[in-house]
Design a protein around this ligand. Structure first.
Ligand code: PRX
Length: 567
């Protein structure tokens, strides 16, 4: 039995005031996540405790105490203010998983800015649409990523500063560049954090849309309440734990559970800034005696592929609590983890928009491999009839996952896109856009998305964004992008294109197009396969029918084709 009580007991009368009390937050009083994640921990006598253990692929390592994090986030905040940046300015973090990213997020919160983390593998086009939409004032980045920002600078008149955190003087600073070194700057011992309130915007995370440009999901400081509580009760983070969240803070798991939750709990967390390798991951767990591990199905499937023998080479006995998020966790992965680690990965479900875990397996709750579990205390989730938006009266029917709005980490709107935000609600339910069923015991079973968005390795990719980028290639006349099954990433991006006159399909062109997308958008969005076609299936009104192409890839029934143009 864990120390957090049974699920039923917790669910029964839960209100978020439980978390507010634990965090000593009084409604109406200031709430600044930056302060909660550093100053408050120090004020509670844990300043000398290790907050961050960081390692890079090259073997570099750094350790920071809570006092360090407090002081250095102050230093960041003062530097940003010194540049003239103001509360509510959007400040982008565009970095690998280096300490500056983690500490910089708190620094932005402390000076009242709105942090906009972006995945460092994004190409210039992905970067441009997000910085342009948010009217971002500054980008904090590394010298290796700065050229991507400089490339689009002319189109971003509001972007005043490119802050380089590792400038070494070898190459001169360019237009709008400014150098900042966390290690060399004068440490700032005390700083009055911006007195943000519960509803003050804190963070913008961009997520892919089906038909339009990516949407900026706006979160507020009050999100802390549910991020803290879910981490304590689902990830079961305790005071002496050593926690490892493998997600990148370019995405919601990496901020909600890779920065905010662990540091608000005052726990030691480890970060590995390196690509995937089973051996390196196990070594990391063994070396740091990781107790709580939050990862993703694609990584777990990759570990499974690496085999059982390699697991035996390491002492992984420190592991106590394992959890997974981002995509369907297949039953085999749950069963496998129980066999090799002696612990099953608990599946958890949430979204960029929900900000914190919504539906989840819970310590001490019976696991049904393949099920996402049940709604977290304080969350009313159900499955709705797609026609009436009423919850199904019977169990077992597949419908749309709807959640009653009102939990602390719920997005407040899409940046500059209130209309799309409003469309996310039906009959008083927030519509997740996912399909599932609920069984007799109240367990949720994920079925799939209700739109064309591709979930590749836990990352959402918009077919629309890839199709638009493909059309910018000189050889391409038309494009259609769908998902294709994949044993490790579950889904990968597949493109169908028709060529302009004068171009012929070839292996070289295939590679060139892949590279074009990788550089423009990101490696995640790069099609893993391209089919050159003479024509694409279209409706009589000229809309490309992705559904038909997708059904073929997945070996499914094609369904109704009565509107097909070339019938
Ligand atoms: O389709 C669901 C899938 O990922 C989507 C949310 O993606 P994103 O906003 O990028 O956030 C990812 C990290 C929270 C959901 O709408 N998804 C997330 N968790 C699960 C999942 N699908 C199946 N099982 C899950 N546990």
């Amino acid at each position: 039995m864990s120390n957090i009580g049974s699920y039923e007991e917790r669910y029964k009368d839960f209100t978020w005031s439980v978390a507010e009390k634990e965090l000593e937050f009084q409604p109406g009083k200031p709430l600044n996540i930056g302060w909660y994640c550093s100053d408050r921990i120090c004020a509670r006598g844990k300043g000398d405790k290790t907050a961050l253990v960081w390692e890079s692929a090259s073997g570099a390592a750094k350790t920071y105490t809570y006092h360090d994090v407090r002081r250095l986030s102050n230093t960041f905040a003062v530097f940003l203010q010194g540049l003239g940046l103001k509360p509510q300015d959007r400040i982008c973090l565009f970095m690998d998983k280096i300490p500056e990213l983690y500490i910089g997020l708190l620094g932005i919160f402390k000076m009242g800015g709105i942090a906009q983390p972006l995945f460092s593998a994004f190409g210039d086009e992905s970067l441009f649409v997000r910085l342009d939409n948010a009217q971002t004032s500054a980008v904090i980045t590394q010298k290796k990523h700065a050229p991507k920002v400089r490339k689009i600078l002319d189109k971003l008149p509001n972007l005043k500063h490119i802050i380089i955190v590792d400038h070494d003087g070898k190459a001169p600073l360019k237009d709008r560049d400014v150098a900042f070194s966390l290690e060399k700057a004068d440490p700032v011992e005390t700083f009055d954090a911006y007195p943000s309130e519960a509803e003050t915007p804190s963070l913008l995370h961009y997520t892919s849309g089906t038909t339009g440009q990516p949407k900026g999901v706006k979160h507020v400081h009050y999100s802390l309440i549910s991020q803290y509580m879910t981490a304590r009760w689902v990830l079961d983070i305790r005071d002496d734990d050593i926690y490892w969240c493998t997600a990148d803070p370019g995405w919601v798991t990496g901020t909600s559970y890779g920065i905010i939750a662990p540091w608000s709990l005052g726990v030691t967390q480890c970060v590995m800034d390196a690509g995937f390798s089973a051996e390196a991951w196990y070594k990391f767990i063994e070396k740091h005696r990781i107790t709580n591990w939050y990862s993703a199905p694609t990584a777990i499937r990759s570990l499974m592929k690496a085999g059982d023998e390699i697991v035996k080479k390491f002492d992984l006995s420190s592991l106590r609590q394992l959890a997974s998020v981002g995509e369907p966790l297949n039953p085999e992965a749950v069963i496998w983890s129980e066999r090799v680690f002696g612990k099953a990965f608990l599946d958890t479900y949430f979204q960029t928009e929900t900000g914190s875990i919504m539906i989840t397996n819970y310590p001490d709750m019976k696991i049904k491999p393949g099920s996402m579990g049940k709604p977290f205390p304080g969350i009313r989730a159900t499955v709705l009839d797609p026609k009436t938006y009423e919850p199904y009266a019977e169990t077992g029917k597949i419908g749309l996952i709807g959640i009653r709005p009102g939990w602390p980490a719920m997005m407040r709107t899409y940046w500059n896109n209130e209309e799309t935000y409003r469309k996310k609600f039906q009959n008083g339910w927030y519509m997740t856009g996912d399909r599932a069923s609920i069984d007799k015991e109240g367990y949720f079973w994920f079925v799939g998305r209700d739109d064309d968005i591709i979930n590749t390795g836990g990352h959402l990719v918009s077919p629309f964004e890839v199709e638009s980028a493909l059309l910018e290639h000189p050889a391409i006349a038309e494009s259609a992008v769908v998902s294709k099954p994949d044993p490790i990433n579950m889904e990968v991006v597949k493109a169908f294109v028709t060529l302009k006159p004068g171009f012929t399909p070839s292996a070289d062109l295939d590679l060139e197009i892949m590279n074009f997308i990788r550089k423009k958008l990101s490696p995640l969005a790069m099609p893993q396969e391209i089919t050159f076609s003479d024509a694409l299936p279209k409706t009589r009104s000229g809309k490309i029918m992705r559904r038909i192409l997708k059904a073929k890839e997945w070996g499914e029934e094609i369904g109704d084709t009565s509107t097909l143009e070339n019938d």
